[in-house]
Design a binder for this molecule. Structure first.
Ligand SMILES: Cc1cc2nc3c(=O)[nH]c(=O)nc-3n(C[C@H](O)[C@H](O)[C@H](O)COP(=O)(O)O)c2cc1C
Length: 379
């Protein structure tokens, strides 16, 4: 019913306005809703789907369900209070950068509904780490400093400030400074290190990059000086070949404090068969989420799982619209999944629906928990 109202009434109205403005509107409304106990309680009665078959423990963290909000939607930490009531099992804020960045020139977002995709060109729009941490400090989450009843695991995605650097070591220092600030507080259950943002317009002329083995090793060596005492996941590219991805993971494998990988980020290639031809011809500058990412993500999940089994926990991300989509990633090797685009097109009630369908699929195949199904295709 809620999904129907969203798709037939709310979405057609929202989609008449520029996507950048609608996103800002949602963050403001979400922040407001999260500050009122009545609305939070009401939402938590209507939206989430709870079922013990969905409970799972990953990297020492308990999740009531395996479906999370991926990095990029709540980039400045406005939705920490409201998201547990929407039905997500966990939630990543960011990508946050050390220094503030107002975002690439507008439009930063666009819609390709027939392709079930969003155009993204934000380039790490961020208030900056200090401002984000201050905002959390002033919220109930910050005041209690830890997980409490009614909250869900919270992650922080960190990336390099989108500005010009003379050399890759300076860019690694910028990421180091972000981690240093975040590690001083106790707000986060896990971290994401984003090495795969395709929209960093100011770093394009650097010789090495974080997403080549040399640049990646420089970054990880620098971060080794810190005591990263919570699980850390590397957010990987979608469109790198299997060989390129495994070469990056061979570097990551040397750092035992890296718990896993997130497969994967946005896609760039406009020849992708998932695009509606008219939509892609009219799309502006940027990269794409949703269905065009799905096959890349699924393929990499399988390849990384086959090679690394338990060494890297995999979080599957890209093109999830249904419980079946989420289950596919789990059977390929993902222990958790994340999403954004499915929620934009289907509405917030889709999170509960995905969980309900996933629970049904797990039971139908005779599993008692999500973890029993992880990597099933390759066993
Ligand atoms: C509006 C938007 C902003 C995004 N920003 C980020 C970001 O800041 N950091 C990041 O790691 N991924 C970012 N992403 C990528 C998503 O986290 C995710 O990897 C990708 O969209 C595929 O998932 P989906 O198909 O469920 O949207 C963004 C995606 C969208 C749609």
């Amino acid at each position: 019913m809620i999904g129907f109202i969203y798709k037939k009434i709310i979405k057609p109205i929202l989609f008449k306005f520029p996507a950048d403005d609608v996103h800002t509107f949602f963050l403001k409304r979400g922040r407001l809703l999260g500050s009122i106990n009545f609305t939070k309680n009401l939402l938590s009665k209507i939206l989430p789907y709870k079922d013990s078959v969905l409970n799972t423990k990953v990297a020492g963290i308990n999740f009531t369900n395996p479906v999370g909000l991926s990095a990029g939607f709540d980039y400045d930490a406005d939705l920490i209070e409201v998201l547990p009531s929407v039905g997500f099992g966990f939630h990543t804020i960011g990508t946050v950068t050390h220094l503030p960045y107002a975002g690439n020139p507008r439009p930063m977002l666009g819609r390709l509904p027939k392709s079930k995709s969003l155009l993204v060109n934000k380039g790490f729009k961020s208030m900056g780490m200090e401002a984000v941490l201050k905002k959390i400090k002033e919220s109930p989450r910050g005041r209690h400093q830890s997980e409490e009843a009614g909250t869900i695991p919270l992650g922080l995605s960190i990336g390099a400030t989108n500005r010009a650097y003379k050399k890759i070591e300076d860019m690694a220092d910028d990421v180091y400074l972000s981690f240093e600030l975040a590690l001083k507080v106790n707000y986060f259950d896990y971290y994401e290190l984003n090495i795969s943002c395709p929209n960093l317009i100011n770093v394009e002329n650097l010789k090495e990059k974080f997403d080549d083995p040399v640049g990646f090793a420089i970054l990880l060596n620098k971060l080794s000086y810190l005591n990263i005492n919570k699980p850390l996941f590397i957010k990987m590219h979608a469109e790198k070949s299997v060989a390129e991805t495994l070469a990056l993971l061979a570097v990551a494998d040397k750092y035992k404090w890296i718990s896993g990988v997130i497969m994967s980020n946005l896609v760039k290639n406009r020849e992708n068969a998932c695009f509606d031809q008219t939509e892609i011809k009219n799309a502006g500058k940027g990269n794409f989420s949703g269905k065009p990412t799905e096959e890349f993500s699924n393929n990499l999940i399988s390849e990384v799982y086959k090679k690394y089994k338990d060494r890297f926990i995999i979080i599957g991300c890209g093109g999830i619209f249904t419980g079946k989509d989420a289950y596919e990633k789990i059977k390929r090797g993902a222990s958790l999944v994340q999403m954004i685009t499915g929620m934009i097109y289907e509405g917030p009630s889709v999170i509960g629906k995905i969980n309900r369908d996933l629970a049904k699929l797990l039971r139908k195949d005779g599993y008692k928990s999500v973890s029993e199904a992880v990597g099933k295709y390759h066993k």
